[in-house]
Design a protein around this ligand. Structure first.
Ligand code: PGA
Length: 259
């Protein structure tokens, strides 16, 4: 794992955006698509802002294909709490991505339609050549996507139950925990680990403990983010607060990029 520590969220987010832009520029130059796995939540907002600027400055996203990690279930696409709404509001409507290249788990389906949808989601990723760069945030309980503690390493896109911690953390967006859905549709750990490059961001003191467990802890389904330790191309982007509990004696892990 490559662990990069920045002064603040903004500096780290610019770096994450540049990783994506570099890949898009290379692929555009040889007329190839770039397949991105995308995350929602408060973590990647500055990265999306930076990507919008990069797009304005002539890096076209017309050959970018995106797959979002997850969506609440049930959830109307048009609802302000939906990740559909978030993605269009924060990112898609501001860039030249083609509508048909946007894939987000569908929270509007009937229960008996979900299996087929999830299978097709996985197949669609494969048909497009797999995910080049998977962007991740990190839940307080170590979830990546909505893969909660106890998840299998072999999991793929499916309906999942949300943990109490996750529903608690989402309560501020839903005017109360009781309004937070109990379920979601999420890519699995295997879907995530199949990506060529994984970029995880985490900001603030609140994440310091789970960042430490994710990077230095034993690999276990109890902390789903520890599965990332088994992937050969992971970049962890932190600010000084989220990195504050890391074992500095293992400095080979830390490539300081203070800016
Ligand atoms: P956050 O959520 O970006 O809002 O902190 C991260 C997550 O739960 O995956």
């Amino acid at each position: 794992m490559k662990v990069l520590v920045f002064d603040n969220k903004r500096a780290g987010s610019l770096y994450a955006a540049q990783i994506i832009a570099d890949k898009v520029i290379i692929n555009n130059s040889v007329n190839e698509d770039t397949v991105l796995g995308l995350a929602t939540g408060s973590t990647p907002t500055d990265m999306y802002r930076a990507l919008i600027e990069i797009n304005k400055n002539d890096v076209s996203f017309s050959r970018v294909i995106t797959y979002n990690l997850d969506e609440y279930y049930p959830m109307k696409k048009s609802a302000s709490h939906s990740y559909h709404y978030y993605m269009y509001d924060i990112f898609f409507q501001h860039v030249d991505i083609h509508e048909e290249n946007i894939f987000i788990p569908n929270g509007e389906l009937k229960n008996n339609e979900l299996n087929e949808f999830c299978k097709e989601y996985e197949l669609s990723i494969k048909r497009n050549g797999g995910i080049d760069i998977q962007v991740l945030g990190l839940g307080l309980n170590g979830h990546i996507g909505f893969n909660e503690p106890g998840v299998s390493q072999n999991s793929v896109t499916r309906k999942v139950a949300l943990s109490d911690t996750t529903r608690e953390a989402a309560a501020k967006y839903f005017e109360g925990k009781e309004k937070v859905p109990y379920e979601a549709v999420s890519m699995g750990i295997k879907t995530i680990l199949d990506a060529e490059h994984i970029v995880l961001m985490a900001w603030g003191n609140e994440k310091a403990e789970i960042v430490k467990k994710s990077i230095e802890g034993r690999i276990s389904e109890d902390v789903p983010s520890t599965f990332l330790q088994e992937h050969e191309n992971v970049t962890i982007i932190l600010d000084s607060e989220s990195a504050s509990l890391l074992n500095r004696s293992r400095v080979s892990l830390i490539e300081s990029k203070l800016s």
